[in-house]
Design a protein around this ligand. Structure first.
Ligand code: CO8
Length: 374
């Protein structure tokens, strides 16, 4: 594998709607207060737990999140519904996630100075796909008029980095000339907006990147992928049990245990040291130390996690320029977080500068790429 593989363009699409912590908390607290009133006797008898109230101040302090973009706002703040109201589309229409993916893909193609005709492989990789088949990636491929092949991948928070790893290998092996990696993260349908501990965590967004051989890349900002590193370790601390077997399980497929849920404190404690070790080892492979890294495009789940990880690596607090945070306006966007950070914070880097792109989350899964500005 002697080829030089580069990220030659990136794209970000965000939905027009957003919800602030205050809006979200007002709706949740109204829902919880009514629930507690309606179930007063059962709660008093100890037959039912009361719903605790949420707080915008807690959310910002505990996570760094101030607001989030949502694909559809209608329904989420309605205490009789507590979930987005997304109209069904016919099988002849473009699916919602394919539409999100195409918005981001077009921006990435433009930034890579390429058209759909230049692409010969598409990977749609994200935390959830809205159906099993036909693959969203093939729908996107068809809609954009791309020749070649396409497939979907699911790796929760590491879906984007793991897909970049596959794209890197495909270009290096010569099995594709230019790969479009797209991450349409439509998280809101899987959020339990009735759960105080997790109602604030996620937002919707789509990101995309073009990966190709440096010999064909002519965009203004190109980043050589020096290497990739991935690790997974099984954990039940972040789970979503929703799936096709629900139909045969005789359970409510939308019950709380089948939506996103986690042991956030355990995740924090277990994933941070794993990420520090992973990143250190990856940099050492190139005889690099943390001080040699000009930019940290880290997974965006929690500002305190990012601060802890980069402080452990650097032995000091990084500046926001060194380790950008996009959580405040995007919230946790599953696998797209580190790609948003890259997209919004790479134009100022100089030739030869090193950057580290890294995801960490459900699985557990950690995926990193050491990048060098060309
Ligand atoms: N308002 C007020 N108080 C609250 C709230 C709230 N909204 N939520 C919790 N509290 C309370 C708790 O009940 C607790 O009270 P007490 O001390 O009385 O028991 C207190 O605040 C402290 O609670 P925690 O210890 O849980 O609070 P933390 O400081 O740990 O913060 C976080 C909670 C923000 C969840 C934090 O633990 C965290 O971010 N951990 C890391 C989690 C993480 O990185 N997870 C990755 C998930 S993303 C992923 O893997 C991708 C999945 C695919 C996408 C899914 C899309 C739906």
């Amino acid at each position: 594998m002697t080829s030089t593989v580069v990220i030659s363009g990136s794209g970000l699409w965000k939905p027009a709607h957003s919800i602030s912590n205050e809006e979200l908390v007002t709706a949740y607290n109204a829902y919880a207060t009514r629930f507690n009133q309606q179930h007063e006797i059962a709660i008093e008898k100890g037959e039912l737990d009361s719903k605790p109230l949420s707080s915008a101040e807690f959310i910002e302090k505990a996570s760094g999140i101030k607001s989030r973009h949502v694909y559809v706002k209608d329904g989420i703040l309605d205490i009789d519904r507590m979930r987005p109201r997304i109209p069904v589309r016919s099988e002849e229409q473009l699916s919602d996630q394919a539409e999100m993916a195409i918005h981001a893909a077009k921006k990435a193609l433009k930034s890579a100075n390429k058209t759909a005709a230049d692409i010969d492989a598409v990977i749609v990789s994200c935390a959830y796909t809205q159906r099993s088949y036909p693959a969203l990636a093939i729908e996107v491929q068809g809609a954009l008029g791309i020749q070649g092949f396409a497939f979907d991948m699911l790796v929760a928070c590491s879906a984007a980095t793991f897909a970049l790893h596959r794209a890197y290998e495909m270009i290096a092996a010569g099995t594709a000339k230019r790969v479009l990696v797209i991450n349409p993260e439509l998280t809101t349908p899987q959020i339990n907006f009735c759960d105080r501990d997790s109602h604030f965590i996620f937002g919707d967004v789509a990101t995309a990147m073009v990966i190709e051989n440096s010999a064909t890349a002519d965009s203004a900002h190109r980043f050589e992928i020096l290497s990739t590193k991935a690790v997974t370790q099984y954990s039940n601390n972040i789970r979503s049990n929703f799936g096709y077997v629900s139909h045969a399980n005789d359970v409510d497929p939308f019950a709380a245990e089948n939506l996103f849920h986690q042991e956030g404190r355990k995740v924090f404690k277990e994933v941070c040291p794993m990420a520090v070790e992973h990143i250190s080892e990856h940099l050492q492979r190139h005889q690099l130390g943390a001080d040699n890294v000009s930019r940290w495009w880290l997974h965006q789940a929690n500002i305190n996690m990012n601060t802890l990880i980069s402080r452990k690596l650097l032995d000091r607090q990084p500046t926001l320029q060194e380790a950008p945070i996009v959580l405040d306006t995007f919230a946790n966007t599953a696998s797209a977080g580190s790609i948003i950070a890259f997209h919004l914070h790479h134009l100022d880097l100089q030739s030869g500068d090193i950057g580290l792109l890294c995801s960490f989350g459900a699985g557990y899964s950690i995926g990193s790429l050491v990048l060098k500005k060309q």
